[in-house]
Design a protein. Sequence first.
Length: 246
Amino acid sequence: MTATPDDADGAADSTQNLGDTMSRVARHLQEEHGDVEGTLQAITATAVRVVPNAEECSISYVIGRSKIEPRASTSDLPREVDALQERIKEGPCMDAVWEQQVVRVDDVGADDRWPQFARQASELGVGSMMCFQLFVQGDQLGGMNLYAHTPGAFDDECQEIGLMFAAHAAVAVAGAEHEEHLRAGMTNRDVIGQAKGILMERHKLTADQAFGVLARVSQELNRKLVDIAREVTETGAVPGGNTRHN
């Protein structure tokens, strides 16, 4: 029987059960969600059930050192906090993804590491936070953020469980992205194959000649080959109308 987030309710109360809990979490994340967006949303929903005292969760991608792209959230509050960090260019999420694996904020309103963020996040209703690095891909980084409305909600045990959960979440995200890339690659090959077939039938070309036409037009117009192929399948014509082949 497939595990669900409900299986994890209360299971993180003891260190003895933590390994079993994380195994169920990992199976759930990997079995139930093949697409990236579904996986990210499942992670946020499961995190608040697994990590003690976590009331809200979000996953954000940080691009460069300034742009924060919200990807999944349990409510509007985490999205507002992400928008705040992007606007003022400071906050625990940015530090977690760029400089540290985890950042814990025991009392948001009293924290002096990010003065502007602390004051405004506290006004939004955030009391405690934990931010974890999920992955690093060039200048794009992913972070998972946990929130509580009261100060002092997270202790060392919460942080340990959060780190373990983040590790499983990172594996699930990588797996979903890999599957998505494979599906996209298969779709692209199908589109290119269909375009080649159209050119072969209409212009009496060989398969190699038809591909050569697509490749040449792609280079001349500085557009992706698959986009050229997609236009051929949709219109029946090569962009620019030139079917010359070598």
